[in-house]
Write a protein that binds this ligand. Structure first.
Ligand code: FE2
Length: 423
């Protein structure tokens, strides 16, 4: 029996349909421990409410996929175009980002109904696409794939944003009250091993035709690296605590000028969610009287684990720690080249790792066509690249060429570091 092209196309559509269902269900699963009140609040302009994430990811499918590609598609509610557009100038004005937490309406139930409306239309489009010609099918499947990767990015933000909101609550609620899972799979109390890299011309970036990537990972190109050493593991909380206790946050010699200004202005004295032994919020915790530092995370406030990778660091803090440690941050291409080497540990699954690289376009970079042109390219100024992936990154979402990016003072993500040095 031979398999026809049409059968193969139908199979690929069915596979994507299943993936769509799974990714969309995962967003609801992540939101499920949260009350309707939890899902409505916005704790700072950078962080969005859970309900907004659920609606905006749906808006993306409705706007970029269904309205241009599904004949006679009826939008769920025409007001949602204004409410749930994030930053797409080409699609007109939108609700101000810092005011997303004011949207008590639509209700959570209405947002769930919105998701169901769009899901049904996407499944219809995917089922009908093979019959509408090869070019149409390819385009539809490419946009669905982009939309799913977009939703996975928001799944991580959903967690980091609700964690920030909970960190502002004196009760420090636990998103997941179950015991802390074994995060330190490979973390070791011993000093990191230094992996020697000989440098030279290396190929970096995502190769065309090798599965999905975001446009910012392309084109693949040559980069010249000087010889360097890179730590085989992440910096852990025990090491970072030494930096704190050594007066790292009081010594301007260790800090970039902009970073020192933020330390002064914000009164930083430790990573974002560390609770000092005299932190008044500990009065509300069961373990509040315990000695030593605590760290607030998805599992609530827990005693600092010296072997767990340090998280919730800004770029400024990561760079100051590296300076204190007599090392530096790797560039993004040093990180990428080393990621393929045997012995490198904790590349993903713990924290995103700050690099010393500005978020810039690769030589020959071209943004995606159409509305999605605004997805990445217009943010390529004033931000730093992070590599790897975190405990909040959905399984299968990241890859060695993946470029995450945030401004240097951002520290509400699961962000930490690994060290590099000259060889
Ligand atoms: Fe988005």
């Amino acid at each position: 029996m031979t398999i026809s092209g049409t059968q193969l196309q139908a199979a690929s559509g069915a596979l994507l349909s299943r993936r769509y269902r799974d990714v969309r269900a995962h967003s609801l699963l992540l939101a499920s421990p949260l009350s309707a009140e939890d899902q409505c609040i916005q704790s700072m302009p950078d962080a969005s409410p859970t309900k907004w994430h659920l609606a905006h990811t749906t808006w993306f499918f409705e706007t970029v996929l269904l309205m241009p590609h599904l004949a006679n598609y009826q939008p769920f509610d025409r007001h949602y175009q204004y409410l749930f557009n994030s930053y797409y100038e080409a699609l007109g004005p939108r609700h101000p980002r810092p005011q997303r937490g004011l949207l008590t309406r639509p209700t959570l139930a209405e947002v769930h109904a919105y998701r169901e409306h769009v899901d049904a239309a996407v499944h219809k489009l995917l089922a009908e696409a093979p019959a509408a010609g090869e070019a149409h099918r390819r385009e539809v499947e490419a946009v669905v794939t982009l939309g799913l990767n977009h939703e996975q990015q928001h799944q991580e933000l959903l967690l980091t944003d609700i964690l920030h909101a909970f960190s502002c609550n004196p009760l420090l609620p636990a998103y997941d009250p179950s015991p802390v899972p074994a995060l330190r799979l490979a973390a070791q109390p011993s000093p990191p091993a230094w992996i020697e890299m000989h440098g030279g011309v290396v190929q970096v970036g995502h190769a065309a035709g090798e599965g999905f990537s975001f446009d910012n990972e392309t084109p693949r190109h040559n980069a010249l690296l000087q010889p360097y050493r890179i730590a085989d593991r992440l910096v852990n909380c025990g090491e970072y605590l030494q930096f704190v206790e050594d007066g790292g946050y009081r010594n301007p010699q260790l800090w970039l000028s902009d970073g020192w200004a933020v330390v002064q202005a914000q009164g930083w004295h430790a990573p974002a969610y560390w609770l000092a032994p005299d932190d008044p919020r500990r009065a509300h915790q069961d373990a509040g009287n315990a000695k030593g530092w605590q760290v607030f995370g998805l599992h609530g406030a827990r005693p600092l684990d010296p072997q767990a990778p340090v998280s919730q660091l800004s770029f400024y803090e990561a760079a100051a720690f590296a300076e204190w440690a007599g090392a530096r941050l790797p560039t993004e291409f040093e990180w990428e080249a080393a990621s393929a080497v045997q012995g490198m540990r904790e590349l993903t699954g713990h924290v995103w790792q700050w690099t010393r690289s500005s978020y810039d376009p690769y030589p020959g970079f071209k943004p995606l066509a159409g509305v999605a042109a605004e997805y990445n390219g217009k943010f390529m100024v004033g931000q730093l690249v992070l590599r790897g992936g975190s405990i909040a990154t959905p399984a299968g979402h990241t890859r060695p060429t993946y470029r995450n990016f945030f401004p240097p003072a951002a520290r509400w993500q699961f962000s930490g570091l690994r060290l590099a040095k000259e060889l």
